[in-house]
Design a protein. Sequence first.
Length: 300
Amino acid sequence: MSDKIIKMLAYNGKVSVICAETTNLVEKARRIHDLSPVTTAALGRILTIASIMGADMKGTKDKLTIQIKGNGPMGMAVVTANNFPKVKGYVANPQIDIPLNEDGKLDVAQAVGNQGYINVVKDMGLKEPYVGICPLVSGEIAEDFAEYFAKSEQKNTAVALGVLVNKEGVKSAGGYVITPMPDATQEDISKIEQHIFQAGAISKMLDQSLTLKEIGQKITGDNNIEIIEEKIQPIYECDCSKEHMEEALETIGKQELQNIIQEDEKAELVCHFCNKKYHFNKEELEAIIYRLERNVNNNE
């Protein structure tokens, strides 16, 4: 089964619902980064919300970057997405191992920490990108993003994110975002709150093989929920290349490149997002220096 995102409208168009299944892409991230169970759950939740937010962007060149920096042992997490959505991400400390929480579940809040911030950058082709910053409220990710939407985007939303991990890897992963429109009534919102509570965890519903439409019906209580878009397939894909790595080497400057040539006669760069290694020999490094010198001379 491939991953999927569907957009729906409940209560006669008064409530927006986006549901996502991201099991495959979270499992791919787990394998690439050799994540421990708790960092699989944490990064998986961030990749899922990035997929949902990416799918909700309008422009084909729009890009989203999420940074989460908490005071927990996992350290910073960085995830990017476009509107396809293609997502990628990494965490500073991928293999931390901490005890289960008091409910016997993976302690994502402890791994992330409850002090820190979410930083969201949306590059939508305007002069300046949109930047939203919001303090962490719990480290559970879903609650933190509900707070982010309320404070930074002035949208009251219900956010659920879940990753179910077993010994083989990711059993199920997904999430949903529910946003009432301005004409939604308090009765509509109360019904949804009640059904969200009754529905239980999104990862459990996916594990029980509920379709995303069935999950949408269950969390809203609206059996007549309308699908408005369903051919969205989020994937984990890195767009790194040797050309991008050359650009990174250019930024360190001529002197540092000369030092590398003198000491090692070669350089190895590793992509944070996919762990792919790029090698540059002495001749390639000298070519970068030559290009830097030529650019300086052209600008004089």
